[in-house]
Write a protein that binds this ligand. Structure first.
Ligand code: TLP
Length: 349
């Protein structure tokens, strides 16, 4: 079975998820056309469905979350404009400075709080005044769930408040919602409610929702029309993309409701890790499918622990010399969590 041949318990990321049998069947049967002409019926269906679920007027299918953020930022901002974002934001930390390199967009990074938020006062004071020395602030970007802050969920009231602040000051709010589905599941609200005050969102299909490829950008009709042109600029115009969009439709219709299982597995993993000597986990901070933890052993680095666990068949990501990340997802069962904890116990013994 192509979906279950992985010999490792792979907790490096939810990006490693493989397509389900239903996705492969949908891909094989997908009706296709040329999407640059707007003629791929499956892509059009995916975009309409995603827009509806995200509570936005329209959506655009793109190959990756990185391109979704890039296209969004370049559509909101011109050269020399500024965006305010967190110093731990994926856009700031892990996207090669793409919007600066390709679009000349200046990044104003303010500190992320441990819960993934940016203090409203910090955002407020980062907004530039009318002065010939300053770039023009155009955009605020939030991330929900927040990856580097531990998969933390930004609550509805906070999202609303940042949207209000942005709009009062004539700015736009973009949400890197690569894992917005996890955020909504953890809060027990719809993604549409969570994004009610946002102008645009990146939402990934190929993480917890297990599609092989693809993300969407969603926003107002006019924004998406301009984003479509920007996608073409960065080389993201795809042709018979219905073959992959078909998997994305299965993601949205069949894979959202099960995310709570990943969250339960993450919690069980975090609790088991917290009970081990040499590991520290902030249990209150484990709200979704990401488990960040610290190794507190002078004789072992995070990279050495990861290597020793790989020898035991368990893969996870060292983040720095002491910090590691484990991510639960569709291909990780409750039994895999127990086997992972047993491997940890052997390695740390
Ligand atoms: N995150 C990846 C790595 O790039 C770190 C991971 O394994 O978690 N926004 C957020 C919040 C993300 O976590 C990611 C991927 C992206 C955007 C980019 O998505 P892709 O990988 O599809 O370009």
């Amino acid at each position: 079975m192509p979906d279950s041949t992985n010999a490792f318990i792979d907790l490096r990321s939810d990006t490693v998820t493989k397509p389900t049998a239903a996705m492969r069947a949908a891909m094989a049967q997908a009706q296709v056309g040329d999407d640059v002409y707007g003629e791929d019926p499956t892509v059009n269906r995916l975009e309409a469905l995603a827009a509806r679920m995200l509570g936005m007027e329209a959506a655009l299918f793109v190959p990756s979350g990185t391109m979704a953020n890039l296209v969004s930022v370049l559509t909101h901002c011109g050269r020399g404009d500024e965006m305010i974002l967190g110093g731990d934001a994926h856009i700031f930390y892990y996207e090669l400075g793409g919007s600066a390199a390709l679009g000349g967009v200046h990044h104003y990074a303010v500190p992320n709080q441990p819960d993934g938020t940016l203090e409203l006062a910090a955002i407020e004071s980062a907004i530039r005044g009318d002065d010939d020395h300053f770039p023009i602030t155009r955009l605020i970007a939030l991330e929900n769930t927040h990856n580097r802050c531990g998969g933390r969920v930004l609550p509805v009231e906070y999202m609303d408040a940042v949207g209000d602040l942005a709009h009062e000051r004539g700015l736009r709010l973009h949400v890197d919602g690569a894992r917005i589905w996890n955020a909504a599941a953890a809060l027990g609200v719809t993604p549409a409610r969570l994004l009610q005050n946002a102008d645009s969102v990146t939402a990934c299909l190929s993480k917890g929702l297990a599609a092989p490829v693809g993300s969407v950008v969603a926003g107002k009709q006019d924004f998406i029309r301009r984003a479509r042109r920007m996608r073409k600029v960065v080389g993201g115009g795809m042709r018979q993309a219905g073959v992959i969009a078909a998997a994305g439709i299965v993601s949205l219709t069949e894979m959202v409701d099960r995310l709570v299982d990943d969250h339960a597995n993450a919690r069980r993993l975090a609790q088991g890790l917290a009970a081990l000597d040499g590991i520290e986990v902030d249990l209150d901070g484990v709200e979704t499918n990401l488990v960040y933890f610290n190794l507190v052993r002078p004789d072992l680095s995070a990279a050495q622990l990861a290597a020793a666990l790989a020898d035991q068949g368990v893969l996870l990501s060292p983040i720095d010399s002491q910090r590691l990340r484990a991510v639960t997802h569709y291909q990780i069962s409750a039994d895999d969590i127990e086997r992972t904890l047993a491997a940890f116990a052997r390695v740390l013994d």
